[in-house]
Design a binder for this molecule. Structure first.
Ligand code: XUL
Length: 510
């Protein structure tokens, strides 16, 4: 058997997925939820509560404990861990981890989190939901103007790592100077597995406002301006198929063969591009998770005039476009709780008791700070006074998808096939609205953990030279679940204009 392990360290938990490339099947999976399984970290949704809603941090030791527990659970499944030929992984993007010293070789008799406890120069990590760097972004955008976009694919963005690093330097200069290495979540977790510092891949590195996409190297000017001596603190930037080290012998306790290769980790979105099989042109993907994301491959990069869309590296080569909508599942859940209904109600009664277009009822569901468009003070806006539960549910679903349509227009591609992934992708209501709004065929893939799967596929490709399209033909099989309806599409074409007006007016007033 040829087994490869992909590990997904996401906002809410750690998931392992083992693929068997000889038999084209998923051999085993395991799952850890930070809130449920590691309650002592006080992070029910995977991050620490903060009085200031703009600040959002997580404890990196929670990710390390999550990793160990997920591996323990994987070992308890039927697979023979010794047969795993290599490991790669996926990290929530943009989050930064600050180390005061090198990761040293581990002792055998202590848990990893205990051994790593004193290694950090900053005990918590700002994650992608942190919005506390607006002043820094304004300064960076003013200083570099449109250069930031043409170099890095995005203007300065609050959650991106560069502005976060500059904020740390300005607000905690002593701790910044005590920092030896600054990792992304992906490169930190890969370093933990290797027992030494390893690099960042182009896919995830592009979400930092520090990588020059024209040269695929750290941009000297940007790095120097962001913080002093930053060049020395950044890990090496490398292609997404690099083998960065060997598994530290500490991990043999989980049944692994000593020293198996570790393939560079990447961000959850670049990995999902691979795991959904959308890395070749012609099909876009929508991932419906804590955040909703819209992404597709791009040969030559061009950028979003509004500055909301981003360009990351496509691990299969070239680039990808990415638009992140922070109010994804958690916003849908807020509406579900408000109306005291279950998810089944969304797909049945709510759809039967309302009609496409919802008589123009729309909602801007900014229950928490939003990335697209940038909203720092959470606020929910409705363009109606009264609505039934069914109409409210339709309003949030249609508005979320219309927002995706609006904010993906700059990509300029004719999108006629969309693959859905993530928890909410199994919802027939969402599937049909996506088909009708985009006038596209909608498909789902069997595996819901596309980020973990993508990293396992990259691992097999890098270690044993198996072509990604061959792997995708086995592991990313899709099923058509909805087709566009002419009448409904026409209604949404008109509603799109109304949605744009509502959002732009709101943005102008706020
Ligand atoms: C993308 C983004 C999120 C995170 C967490 O820019 O911020 O999608 O990667 O999933």
């Amino acid at each position: 058997m040829s087994l490869y392990l992909g590990i997904d360290v996401s906002t809410q938990g750690v998931k392992c997925i083992v693929i068997d490339t000889e038999n084209g099947r998923i051999a085993a999976e395991s799952n850890v939820n930070f809130g449920k399984d590691l309650p002592h970290y006080n992070s029910p949704d995977g991050f620490l509560h903060n009085e200031n809603s703009l600040i959002c941090h997580a404890n990196p030791l929670m990710w390390v404990d999550g990793l160990e527990l997920a591996l323990e659970r994987l070992q308890a499944t039927q697979i023979n861990m010794e047969e795993i030929r290599g490991i790669s992984g996926s990290g929530q993007q943009h989050g930064t981890v600050y180390l005061a010293s090198e990761i040293q070789s581990y002792k055998d008799d202590k848990k990893l989190s205990e051994q790593l406890r004193n290694i950090f120069s900053r005990s918590t990590s700002p994650i992608w939901m942190d919005r506390s760097t607006k002043d820094i972004c304004d300064e960076l955008n003013k200083h570099f103007g449109s250069q930031l976009i043409t170099k890095t694919g995005s203007p300065a963005i609050e959650r991106f790592s560069g502005p976060q690093i500059r904020a740390f330097y300005e607000r905690n200069p002593n701790e910044y100077h005590n920092t030896e290495k600054i990792h992304l979540v992906s490169s930190f977790m890969a370093s933990v597995l290797c027992g030494k510092n390893v690099g960042i891949d182009y896919g995830d590195g592009a979400g930092m406002n520090l990588l020059n996409l024209n040269t695929l190297n750290w941009d000297k000017e940007l790095v120097e301006f962001t913080a002093p001596n930053l060049a020395e603190k950044l890990p090496e930037i490398m292609p997404s198929n690099s083998i960065v080290g060997k598994l530290d012998k500490y991990f043999c306790r989980f049944g692994f063969k000593a020293g198996i290769p570790i393939v560079i980790w990447s961000g959850d979105n670049p990995n999902s591009l691979i795991g959904t099989g959308c890395f070749e042109r012609g099909v876009a993907a929508i991932s419906l998770g804590t955040s909703d994301t819209f992404f597709m491959p791009m040969d030559k990069f061009h950028t979003d005039p509004y500055g909301y869309g981003h360009i990351f590296g496509n691990p299969a080569g070239g680039f990808m476009s990415l638009i992140c909508f922070s109010n994804g599942s958690l916003a849908r859940e807020k509406i579900r709780n408000l109306h005291k209904v279950d998810w089944h109600y969304f797909d049945t009664t709510a759809m039967k008791e309302s009609t496409p277009g919802n008589n123009g009822k729309l909602m801007l569901p900014y229950f928490s700070a939003e990335s697209t468009p940038v909203i720092l003070q959470p606020r929910v806006v409705r363009n109606y006074d009264k609505a039934t539960s069914a109409e409210e549910i339709r309003a949030i679903l249609e508005s979320q998808i219309l927002s995706m349509r609006f904010h993906s227009e700059w990509i300029g591609e004719n999108i006629n096939r969309i693959r859905l992934t993530g928890g909410a992708s199994s919802s027939p209501a969402i599937q049909q609205i996506v088909a009708d709004v985009f006038n596209a065929e909608v498909e789902i893939i069997q595996v819901s953990n596309s980020a973990g799967l993508g990293s396992a596929l990259r691992c097999a490709a890098a270690i044993d030279n198996i072509a990604l399209p061959t792997l995708a033909s086995h592991f990313c099989k899709s099923e058509k679940v909805a087709s566009p309806r002419i009448g409904a599409h026409k209604i949404y074409k008109d509603l799109l204009k109304k949605y744009q007006e509502l959002e732009l007016n709101f943005m102008n007033l706020s």
